[in-house]
Design a protein around this ligand. Structure first.
Ligand code: UDP
Length: 324
């Protein structure tokens, strides 16, 4: 029997495209990808477009999902601009995509009798935390009028909306809080730290460390993240909603990351200190015990290995763009 169809909103984005590929090529599910192409690109899906089990629909989820879009057993909601450059470009869009977009996804799930909705939340719901690592029970410390509020508060409200629909409409939801993720296919110009450092190193430009560089992050390789997302969305018991942290728990300071990038790329660039970016969290590191317990999952790709693979991808993209 054919496996159930999966809708991936935001499927043309970095994480979404990897999710679509794994669903189709490894797990054998038909996939419908919805994306408004505001930050994603069909180039990310070029190898999938000819697959008869893959459908791409250009659609912005802040508008109701058209009724003629085929029903799907699962809906994975990955649509939302999250990286600094995209967020700054249109904050209203970010918050509306998180809330109104999710509402449209949940309503579509009800009318199309989908079994499960996976909501891509974020480690940013913890804001600028006073505790580390952050466990799911930690409520976070977010400034509702801070520079990143449209993203942080939008994603927090989205979690609340998921629970409201579960309670009021009986819909099965799974909330994954995704922490910093990197890998081939990521956007070179999104302003995220891995993308900036790799492009700078490969171009022989200074690596820009914002602030003192002592802010802590963890970086999860894309294959590990996709594996975690799909396990949470498809393999957990129906009553398990989360939220569940997904990310690496290996701490790196931003200055250390700059040094590792220089080593991996063998670049001779200097490290340049620039003013801290407004509203940036000092500490972000997930406690992933719940993911280990519920999914039997933890990241397996080390930072060095992941950065080597990502650098190889960046080299190809930079060379190709230099030729054209
Ligand atoms: N950052 C940096 N240089 C850059 C880009 C980012 O020092 O060129 C810093 C940024 O201020 C933040 C950290 O790296 O403290 C991670 O930034 P990113 O936007 O990648 O992720 P997030 O802050 O959402 O975790």
């Amino acid at each position: 029997m054919a496996k159930g169809g999966v809708m991936v909103t935001g499927g043309a984005g970095f994480i979404g495209a990897h999710v679509c590929r794994k669903l189709l090529e490894e797990l054998g599910h038909p996939v419908i990808c919805l994306d408004n192409l505001s930050t994603g690109s069909v180039d990310n899906l070029a190898d999938l477009l000819a697959n008869p089990d893959f459908t791409f629909v250009e659609h912005d989820i802040t508008h109701p999902i058209p009724e003629d879009v085929p029903k799907c057993l699962y809906i994975l909601n990955l649509a939302c601009p999250g990286s600094p450059v995209f967020l700054q470009r249109d904050k209203e869009k970010a918050i509306l995509t998180s809330i109104l977009g999710l509402r449209n996804v949940l309503r579509f799930a009800i009318t199309s009798r989908s079994e499960t909705v996976f909501q891509a939340s974020t480690g940013a719901v913890y804001g600028d935390p006073e505790v580390t690592p952050q466990r799911e029970s930690y409520p976070g410390r977010v400034n509702p009028v801070g520079p990143l509020a449209c993203y942080e508060e939008g994603k927090r409200a989205a979690e609340a909306l998921c629970l409201a629909y579960r309670e009021q409409c009986g819909i099965r939801v799974k909330i994954g809080r995704l922490f910093n993720t990197y890998g081939p296919g990521m956007h070179l110009n999104a302003g995220t730290v891995v993308a900036n450092f790799l492009t700078q190193a490969l171009r022989g430009q200074p690596l820009t460390v914002y602030g003192d560089g002592r802010q802590i992050r963890t970086f999860c390789y894309i294959d590990d993240m996709v594996d975690g997302i799909l396990r949470l969305a498809m393999d957990t018991p129906g009553e398990f909603t989360g939220p569940l942290n997904l990310g690496s728990d290996v701490e790196v300071s931003i200055r250390e990351l700059a040094e590792i990038v220089l080593e991996v790329t063998a670049a001779k660039s200097e490290i340049r200190t620039l003013p801290a970016s407004a509203g940036t969290a000092r500490l972000r590191r997930p406690e992933i015990g719940l993911a280990k317990q519920q999914l039997g999952w933890e990241p397996t790709t080390g930072l060095q290995e992941g950065l080597e693979k990502t650098a190889a991808y960046f080299r190809t993209v930079l060379e190709t763009s230099a030729e054209t």
